[in-house]
Design a protein around this ligand. Structure first.
Ligand SMILES: [Zn+2]
Length: 283
């Protein structure tokens, strides 16, 4: 599932490509995906694109906003004049655009188009009044996130009050937003903490190391435009590259790059694939 670096990359590109475009019409091929009245956004001009956790919010100048959660396999792909050099479309855009997985098409002025593709169809798009966005239930419930409210102090407090495995806590979006499976694995390896360690048992030095590791892996993720492990593509139609730069995620069976004394193991914690070095990430 796309995590903070992927959704943030998506936000930055949507902002770059959509700002100034006016929505001329909307084609909804799957009503379950698109909630609300598309009539409300016709004629609206994009003024900003914000992000709350994994939800992107496209703000229009007519007081309406388009909220999107791409969930597992949703993809926004832009084609139009703001894409200076339209690159080759990633093969991860299954079926092409428009194709059998294109559920919504936004027709924009100046011959622009924004396609929403979603193979698994878990994602959603919702129209709301802009002033109501921040009181949305899932936005109110969002925990603080790295680079936005999650200070070292707040992070330490969350951990000290939790007796669950640290990896599960990092991925709990109501405790803290934005850190999903790939980056949680890498941050724990980087800070030499075993993913099974109970959050409250982590000493203050390690808490600080982990905090810095989280910021560092997320920054790396954003630098590479996110990870395109499954179906994530950026709105320019290309792929993120972080999957080729992970520290420990997906490296099971390979020697640990830091200690060279053990092989990366894969276990499951909370049902999610967890990668760690049994030598440098001792319990
Ligand atoms: Zn190691």
């Amino acid at each position: 599932m796309p995590e903070l670096p992927e959704v943030e990359t998506m936000r930055l590109q949507l902002k770059k490509y959509l700002t100034g475009h006016k929505i001329l019409s909307v084609i909804v091929n799957n009503r379950k995906t698109f909630q609300g009245d598309e009539g409300k956004i016709i004629g609206g001009k994009v003024v900003d694109v914000r992000r709350f956790g994994k939800v992107s919010v496209i703000d229009l100048d007519n007081n309406y906003s388009i909220l999107t959660h791409v969930k597992l396999t949703g993809q926004y792909i832009y084609r139009g004049p703001n894409l200076k050099t339209p690159g080759k479309l990633s093969s991860k855009v299954a079926g092409g655009i428009p194709g059998p997985h294109t559920l919504v098409i936004f027709n924009l002025d100046h011959h622009g188009k924004l396609y929403y593709n979603d193979i698994r169809r878990f994602g959603w798009i919702r129209i709301e009044k802009t002033p109501d966005v921040e009181s949305e239930k899932f936005i109110v419930k969002l925990g603080p996130e790295p680079f936005k409210g999650l200070t070292l102090q707040v992070f330490g407090d969350i951990l000290s009050k939790t007796s669950r495995a640290i990896k599960v806590v990092l991925m709990d979006q109501e405790k803290m937003g934005g850190v999903g499976n790939i980056y949680a694995n890498d941050a724990l390896w980087l800070s030499e903490i075993n993913p099974k360690t109970l959050a409250k048992n982590i000493g203050s030095n390690s808490v600080k190391k982990l905090y810095e590791a989280i910021l560092s892996v997320l920054e790396e993720g954003m630098k590479y435009g996110g990870a395109s492990e499954l179906t994530f593509v950026t709105p320019d139609g290309a792929e993120g590259q972080y999957q080729d730069h992970t520290l420990v995620y997906g490296h099971d069976g390979e020697p640990c790059e830091r200690c060279h004394k053990a092989v990366i193991q894969k276990i499951f914690i909370g049902g999610r694939g967890t990668y760690f070095c049994p030598n440098c990430q001792k319990l």
